[in-house]
Design a protein around this ligand. Structure first.
Ligand SMILES: [Zn+2]
Length: 409
């Protein structure tokens, strides 16, 4: 479906040609680099338009600004073709082992997009200030806005008080999303999903999110943000109810030959019951394997995740885990039956699923661990790096440079 914001409303900026750098606003006061990405998926342009809108306002008003604001386009070739991606999904190729072989680099456009993105980021990080990444997306289904993070305490703090749902565990189930990769490199990163691709509310949510983050990171004072109070109101209104925290419990992976199609009419976060028909494929009906809420049902041709099922985490557990992580109480986890601390220097636990209760995995999630390896009846879960402290910018730059070198081999 063609993207048509530019025709819908005159307050949405016009963009004639899409470039890698949409624009930047450099402050006079030294401070963090806030790097926003739009259209990592080429058919998700709301973020790019929102970034342009905020940039236009900043250049117009010239407010005092601490740090630097950068707006970057993602998959340029896919934007041109109004597609999610060309050769490979640009939001599924970010992990250490993902080195696209030389012979495929000419066909897989995303290899070049990724190199360019990392090169831009390397240059930004060079000013030796803290760098943070915000990745703006939209969904094929109707959706309220939500954020996702790699669950470190630092990332949790970034999105505290943002009146939108938080979804945890996405990075553990998706193969190589960009936001979790940057978190691993030492760059705090937030994924923001604003709503359905073509909904005007998605554009509004992105604009609100960008301003609120610029304020949260103290780049701008309240008084210098146009309609400051309206931004929280916009997100609250479009969230339609109170902010909740969800954990992903199930992922339905699909292949091109599956002939997968969602049953019409599901909206993101809609309640589903175990056994309810929610999609179809070449083998017939696909029923929900468990009760919960349907998450990111796929209503577009490209993509490998048919749908997810999420379950709410009660705020009590979330708050408790904040404290236990600060106090390092997670070490008591090895007192549970079936759990053994591994002496591999990575702060990891081996869980014997035949002995440990299933709740243990949820508990370890809340303590900031994620699943690393499955091996029959056992699972290895290890701590995410940089949970409580940001690394020095020089370390981040080194991490990016090393990865770029690896990719070019
Ligand atoms: Zn996306």
């Amino acid at each position: 479906m063609p993207f048509s914001y530019a025709n819908i409303s005159e307050f949405i900026p016009k963009i004639d040609t899409f470039h890698r750098i949409i624009g930047s606003y450099q402050g006079d006061i030294p401070g963090p680099n806030l790097v926003f990405f739009g259209a990592i998926h080429g058919n998700e342009l709301a973020g790019v338009y929102a970034l342009k809108k905020v940039l236009d306002e900043l250049h117009n008003l010239r407010p005092e600004f601490k740090g630097n604001f950068y707006a970057i386009s993602g998959n340029l070739k896919a934007i041109e073709q109004k597609k999610r991606y060309i050769g490979k999904d640009l939001n599924r190729i970010w992990f250490p082992g993902c080195i696209i072989p030389k012979e495929e680099r000419e066909i897989i456009q995303e290899y070049h997009e990724k190199i360019e993105i990392l090169s831009v980021l390397k240059d930004i990080v060079a000013n030796d200030h803290l760098t943070l990444v915000f990745d703006l997306h939209t969904t094929s289904s109707q959706s309220v806005p939500f954020v996702s993070i790699s669950d470190t305490l630092k990332n949790r703090k970034l999105i505290q008080n943002l009146p939108v749902h938080l979804v945890l565990g996405l990075e553990e189930l998706l193969d190589g999303p960009m936001f979790s990769f940057f978190s691993e490199l030492g760059v705090p990163a937030v994924l923001f999903e604003a709503g359905q691709h073509e909904a005007v509310s998605s554009f509004e949510n992105h604009v609100a999110f960008i301003w609120l983050m610029l304020h949260k990171l103290k780049c701008l004072k309240k008084k210098d943000i146009p309609d400051f109070n309206s931004h929280k109101v916009t997100l609250k209104k479009n969230t339609m109810g109170k902010r909740r925290i969800y954990e992903i419990k199930y992922r339905h992976l699909i292949d091109d030959c599956d002939n997968f199609r969602m049953k019409e009419g599901f909206v993101n976060f809609q309640k589903v019951k175990a056994g309810q028909t929610i999609a179809y494929d070449k083998n017939g009906k696909i029923k929900a394997p468990r009760s919960g809420r349907i998450f990111m049902p796929l209503y577009q041709p490209q993509g490998r995740d048919g749908f997810f099922i999420v379950k709410e985490i009660k705020p009590f557990w979330f708050r408790l885990s904040n404290r236990t992580r600060k106090w390092k109480l997670d070490s008591t986890i090895s007192l549970f039956p079936g759990i053994k601390k591994l002496n591999n220097g990575q702060n990891a636990y081996l869980i014997d699923k035949t002995i440990a209760r299933w709740k243990v995995i949820s508990l370890l999630h809340l303590f900031g661990y994620r699943k690393m390896e499955y091996n029959g009846n056992s699972i290895v879960m290890s701590r995410r790096p940089y949970d409580k402290v940001f690394p020095e910018p020089v370390e981040v730059r080194k991490n990016i440079e090393e990865y770029l070198e690896e990719m070019r081999k």
